[in-house]
Design a protein. Structure first.
Lengths: 119, 119
């Protein structure tokens, strides 16, 4: 039972769009990920996904709208909703989602990661 | 699909040890709660519980040890583990746990809340 310090763990993460598992509980994962640039539109068939911004800011694009998520804010994207995270500058994000969640949801492409490292 | 701003929501919460539901996803709740003073030793039979400190600091007491959790840190207390949160000064905590979780776990006492308000 070890605590996790976000300010210490994020700097150890190299690369963007590569979530690391920080904790597992009740079949869910807490993941830490750095975003920079634009990801890709996708949805998750069976998983709701929470994005909590730890540092920087994130723009979550939806099909007909977008929402800015600043540090200290979070949003839950329900299953089935097409979304694309975008970060003009590097943004640190804590994700809560089921352990089964694939980062690219319904897509399999060059961003897809089937094995995640742990912090 | 609304974002939640932690710095705006916590000041609206009155009282201590009264979690408010901020979001629901995948059968889990994200709750916001203010701690001050000592709670009570308890455990959750079937639920792991995550405590992320947003402001202040929290001491998590276990039966033979304790862990200080500072702002920007989190800990997961696994199901079955006796624990008692203590905060000398007011501490703001984000909880992530199954929707079924009772705040006092295996105990029913004056702290027990069966109906939680939403932020």
């Amino acid at each position: 039972m070890q605590k996790t310090n976000l300010a210490k763990e994020f700097p150890k993460i190299s690369g963007h769009w590569k979530p690391r598992i920080a904790a597992e509980l009740n079949g869910q994962h807490v993941k830490l990920v750095k975003f920079q640039g634009a990801f890709v539109f996708h949805h998750h068939e069976h998983e709701d996904e929470m994005f909590l911004v730890v540092k920087g800011r994130l723009r979550m694009d939806f099909q007909d709208s977008h929402e800015w998520i600043e540090a200290g804010e979070f949003i839950v994207v329900p299953r089935g909703v097409e979304h694309c995270p975008v970060a003009d500058e590097e943004c640190w994000v804590l994700l809560f989602e089921p352990a089964s969640t694939l980062n690219t949801g319904n897509l399999v492409n060059e961003h897809t990661l089937t094995e995640l490292e742990r912090v």
